[in-house]
Design a protein around this ligand. Structure first.
Ligand SMILES: Cc1cc2nc3c(=O)[nH]c(=O)nc-3n(C[C@H](O)[C@H](O)[C@H](O)COP(=O)(O)OP(=O)(O)OC[C@H]3O[C@@H](n4cnc5c(N)ncnc54)[C@H](O)[C@@H]3O)c2cc1C
Length: 365
């Protein structure tokens, strides 16, 4: 919720004029990162945020804390230890049977109570399905500002300057919550770099009880279907991505991207133009209005390298571009460029990788 989206009950702030932090909010200190986990695994976006929180905290001269919530039989202490390794100084742990498996009501109450008691000035969550759901309800309950889906975070004075695409991705806007605390933001997975692990780091744990019982909660968790069983696309954390663009001319040629991806064990990505042409599903779109990716290898076939595509993939370790036009913008930032027809180059690469991988398998056998 931006300043412009504040509820009508606060008319002065709604017009953006109330920019003074009230006296009673000046005690809010420190940066918190909500540690999202599911079935024993922390979502890597939480560690990406921990690294970013560390940088922001060093600018502000404050501490970083992780917030871990879950069931009593979950490995919450292990997650807290990981949080230190990635940069946290403290961890707040809330464990309760009703916190096993995410539900909005108990998580909103728990996180809101923690914030009200320990008063962080900044609270960061991943812009995941869970993070978006929780951040919205916590911000509303606390009556504070939330900038959703950020692509950049900075400190301006003592305020969090949270940048996100707006107007369908055609502009970037920077939003600050000046008169409320905490300042909240969700950040897309893979936008921030994964920080280095520092195994020597440790910290303290602060436990707080939830004070809620099952009968208080309207929503019941009946079953859980993991994404893995739904064959969903996992572009954001793929190690290798083969992406296709409009230069492939038609959906039949786009199958060449799939063939190379299959041999490499890669995910398939696409430009918005290719998605709009119906050659790939929406969730395969890479870029400003699609996914941000950071694979070890990104192969771009028939892609011009427009800025809206570039911002989603330029963090890749190695970019290989195939394009007929030697002046295509993608060659300005690709590590390796092949000037040629993708319909000829892709099958040659597929065959060469298949032969190479077969040889390696035979050697091992
Ligand atoms: C608000 C907004 C948000 C956007 N968000 C996104 C986004 O998230 N992701 C995204 O990708 N785009 C996005 N776009 C669109 C973006 O601006 C470009 O239009 C798009 O990325 C171009 O896709 P393309 O490279 O597939 O197609 P083109 O720009 O048409 O490029 C095709 C390329 O293929 C090359 N080519 C042609 N024939 C061959 C061949 N036989 N072999 C090899 N190369 C060949 C051409 O030289 C050309 O460079 C957005 C645009 C706007 C306005």
């Amino acid at each position: 919720m931006s300043e412009a989206a504040k509820p009508a009950a606060r008319p002065t702030a709604a017009r953006g004029r109330n920019t003074e932090l009230p006296e009673h909010l000046k005690s809010y200190k420190g940066i918190w990162v909500f540690v999202e986990h599911d079935r024993g695994h922390v979502n890597p976006v939480s560690w990406e945020l921990m690294g970013e929180a560390r940088k922001l905290a060093d600018k502000l001269g404050v501490d970083v804390s992780g917030v871990v919530m879950g069931g009593p039989d979950e490995t919450l202490d292990a997650f807290a230890k990981e949080a230190y390794v990635y940069g946290a100084d403290h961890c707040y742990i809330m464990r309760d049977p009703v916190l096993k498996g995410y539900r909005n009501e108990p998580f909103t109450k728990g996180l809101t109570d923690l914030v009200n008691k320990y008063q962080p000035e900044i609270l960061l969550l991943g812009a995941t399905t869970m993070g978006r759901d929780l951040a919205g309800s916590v911000a509303t309950t606390l009556g504070t500002g939330l900038t959703a889906d950020c692509t950049e975070l900075n400190i301006d004075g003592r305020a969090l300057a949270a940048t996100r695409p707006t107007f369908g991705g055609s502009l970037l806007c920077t939003i600050m919550t000046l008169a409320y605390r905490p300042q909240m933001a969700t950040v897309r997975p893979r936008v921030m770099r994964m920080p280095r692990r520092d195994e020597s780091r440790t910290g303290d744990i602060i436990e707080m009880a939830l004070g809620m019982v099952e009968i208080d909660i309207v929503t019941k968790l009946l079953s859980f279907i993991p994404d893995a069983e739904r064959n969903t696309v996992n572009l954001a954390y793929a190690d290798i991505i083969v992406s296709g663009g409009k230069g492939l001319k038609n959906g039949d040629n786009f199958k060449l991207v799939w063939e190379l991806a299959r041999v490499l064990g890669a995910e398939v990505g696409a430009t918005r133009a290719a998605v709009q042409a119906g050659w790939a599903e929406n969730e395969r779109q890479v870029g400003q209005t699609g996914k941000t990716v950071r694979p070890r290898l990104y192969i771009a076939a028939g892609i011009s390298g427009a800025i809206q595509h570039r911002v989603g993939m330029e963090g890749s370790d190695v970019i290989v571009a195939i394009n007929t036009d030697p002046n295509a913008p993608i060659f300005d930032f690709a590590h390796y460029g092949i000037v040629g027809n993708a319909m000829q180059v892709l099958p040659v690469l597929t065959q060469a990788f298949r032969a190479h991988l077969d040889k390696r398998i035979r050697k091992v056998a």
